[in-house]
Design a protein around this ligand. Sequence first.
Ligand SMILES: Nc1ncnc2c1ncn2[C@@H]1O[C@H](COP(=O)(O)OP(=O)(O)OP(=O)(O)O)[C@@H](O)[C@H]1O
Length: 607
Amino acid sequence: MRILLRLIGFSFKYKQRLLLAYACTIAVTAFALAIPWILGIAVDEVVRSGEVGPLIFLASLILVISVLRGVAAYGQQYLGEALGQRVAYDIRNTFYERLQRLSFGFHDNQRSGDLMSRATADVEGVRMFIQGGLIRGAYMVLLILGVSVILIISSWKLALMSLVFVPFIILRTATIMLEMRRNWMAERTEMGHLNTVLQENLAGQRVVKAFAAEDLESEKFNYHASEVARYGFTAERLQAITTSLNNFFLLGGTGVILWFGGLQVVNGSMTEGELVSFVLFMGLLAIPVRMTAWIVNSFSRAMSSGERIFYVLDAESPVKEKRNALDIPRVRGDVRFEDVAFGYSELSPVLKGVDFEAPRAKVVAILGAPGSGKTTVVHLIPRFYDVSEGRITVDGMDIRDVTLASLRRNVGIVQQDVFIFTSTIRANIAYGSVDAPMEDVVRAAKAAQLHDYIESMPDGYDTYVGERGVTLSGGQRQRLAIARTLLLDPPILILDDSTSSVDTETEHLIRQALDTLIQGRTTFVIAHRLSSVKNADMILVMKEGRIVQQGVHEELVSVPGPYQEIYELQLRPQEVEVNGGGSLTSGGTGAASVSLETRTLNVEGTS
Ligand SMILES: Nc1ncnc2c1ncn2[C@@H]1O[C@H](COP(=O)(O)OP(=O)(O)OP(=O)(O)O)[C@@H](O)[C@H]1O
């Protein structure tokens, strides 16, 4: 009921259209009821007077009414369709908008395929109901009520006999409604699984092919596809059985009328015309009786779909923006973690007592074993997640007191896994700074050592890159991400330096690009490379969610502890690889130079 009311609430935004559609529905019902009534009078007139004059008049009247009925039916259908389309448009946009606002904490627990299914198939289910069920349902109710009242006024005994089937239809409708609802919910869920398999398969095509897993993928898809089909058949079966039963009840009622009505005509207590009207009125019920099952089916589907849509619309984002949050301008870049604790769920804390200060324009290298919490620490800065204890400040301001948009404008991220949109190179570089003038885009591309490559393409900056940037090499994707961040020009930078292995020339280009990028920004490097660690202004060594050592390379390497172990086991062997090809400096402090050796440094012992 709550879902139905909310869907009606969406429709009520267009109340003029809705009311007009209902006005057309009332007109269609009235005209539909008038025709059998006039036909009854016509039959009586012919029998009584034997003249054709009144017949011609009544026939013309029926013609006029039929035309009017046609016009009203057109209005009803058109307005219903338009209403359905508009409501679907609104729901789809509200859904998408909500998805954009929900934080990582929500998305971590969802499957993209399922969310896509909610945004498409579920919205479509709701649209069909609004367009059909909401309007036609009213027509059906009006017609049944109208026919019942007319029949009862004409001959209540005969009416009661002929309408004896109505309670059966109501009972049947009520029972299948529950069954249909359960069935549609299961079908919607399976459809979500099906979309997830499809989406993952398409996104992971390279892995599927590399592991020759086509058969496995087909099996997974087939399983969910057959489940979807099974629930679809069940819905059709329920609808077909109900339609047949309802038809049976209706025809039974018509038989009763013919039998008892015929007897009444014979004994003179009813005219021929009244009997004809009665039978025609019963005929009018055929449409709503047949439609009952369809409407119940459409209603059940819409309620299940509505539930799935409202689940997302009502979802609370774990990261919320305060009402009076400040829209901050460009910050200086002093970042401070004050006794921060965090867990992805309340049961398992991931970070405990993390406390450090990253002064403006310094480079902080974070290292530690896999799962020690390095990524988690940096993801707290742009508020992908919120701390559970303590606080993080930027220039002394608690980051929960500022708007998410203004905070994120100040924090740039260059990840190892660069996401490229299916668009032009220019649009991809300007993602996040869409209004940036072309000169700035070119300047960023030049600084990222990508300009020459772009210029060598036939369409230059307007060259389209394939889905997820498949037409670009790993090194080009990475430099594009650097150009994107350079254009954003954030004072705080998060960098995952685990560049996939590339050739020396590309490595050199990336190193130059990063050199430019890092200048003058407070930089957090998730350190996978020797020089990121060795030349950082501060090194944080993490273990099981805690900072176990903190300092600069020279200090840490001279005392026994986790850093010394990592250095001896994994960093020192890298030293022979370093050939001093360049450096990344931290805003001219001199201390921070992050050089990129040709081989990826494997701090954790994994490649
Ligand atoms: N989205 C998430 N939901 C639940 N747990 C998570 C999530 N992301 C990470 N974790 C868990 O939090 C812990 C810290 O993970 P994190 O990614 O911060 O480690 P890391 O040091 O960056 O590891 P790596 O070097 O392997 O990337 C791990 O135990 C991990 O399983």
